[in-house]
Design a protein around this ligand. Sequence first.
Ligand code: PLP
Length: 434
Amino acid sequence: PDLDELARELDHAHVFHSWSAQGSPPQLTIAGGKGTKVWTHGGDEYLDFSSQLVNVNIGHQHPSVVSAIREQASLLSTIGPPIVNLARGEAAKRITARAPRRFHKVFFTNGGADANENAVRMARLHTGRDKVLSTYRSYHGNTGAAVVATGDWRRIPNEYARGHVHFFGPYLYRSEFWATTPEEESERALQHLRRVIESEGPSSIAAILLETIPGTAGIMLPPPGYLAGVRELATQHGIVLILDEVMAGFGRTGRWFAFDGYDVEPDLITFAKGVNSGYVPVGGVLIAEEIAADFDAKVFPGGLTYSGHPLAAASIVAALDAMESEGIVDNARRVGAEAIGPGLEALAEKHEIIGEVRGEGVFWAMELVADRATREPVAPAVVARAKGELAARGLLAFTAENRIHVVPPCVVTDDEVGQAMDIYDEVLGLDLLG
Ligand code: PLP
């Protein structure tokens, strides 16, 4: 039988898909992968420049992660959170080893959304306050507080939780503050946040929740001084600073944590995706000692059946060890600086439709515009068409609004970047606006 066709038939008959109307189901089947490449049952190959949902940092089917999962499965496939487990401890040790010195404890979750959910809970319990401030241009996950903390359209049909307030973060290309330099953008965005805090009442605010580098919202690198300024405001008002490193963390930027590149230290760090590249679903909260200490004698009112699942833990240990010993994070930094950045700059020189390229490591966005002068975003149909044309030429793209995000695994090679640039070049040269 044609397995690609069979997979599509079963999917269309029985699978209910995320964030979409069910009448136009997905068509592409993937049966296997290796590194940056994936393929169908029929053998059609694609370069995965999406890393799926920007999570396969170590690449597909890394042999040591696959064998660690296999070994753990044959030893003990599942065990409850109240039972001590060696793999879980080894995973937590490796995660805390990457974090600043105040972080010794990890609360494991099933993914990124419930990591944010529990970080918000900890901040509320720690401060005795209610409100959570987050930016309009953000995505924090699809559960109660996480989706209401999200800034984009996905929040609005889900606004049942109380105590969420949104503000504008820095985004110079489409500045909310009439800024023309990164310094101006940083200063004015901080003044705006200061006014929001004052107006909401500092003593009602439990947390500021920020993606260190907003990901799905557009890969906006924070301008100089911004994160340090947010840290200062949080400290001044006794507000917990939560940095969401779910997408930006564990190698994506060419650093272990994105915030390692900035002068800022959070109080809680949420992670998922890159920590084990999604081979087994997992996420978690890294907890600074002063917040962890609240629960030395007091009960933490939260938990999950699969918290610290042994298959997830074993995959984290293997993924982080391989990323370290194989220099995978360094590769992401180098490829970003030497191949992706220059490649995208060259495309922007050539194609009017590119308004801006920005990013670092393996975390880049191309803004597509109908008009460079007005920066008017292209219509969603233009991006959909570009995505289809890229796939037709063998490249899986991650797109959001008017943007193509260039987000391959951290193991991507210069040669693969070269192939991808040729495909982007060809597709951006089509008359996409016509
Ligand atoms: N936070 C950020 C920054 C994300 O990008 C995502 C997912 O894309 C999440 C949280 C939610 O993670 P999950 O889908 O694992 O719940």
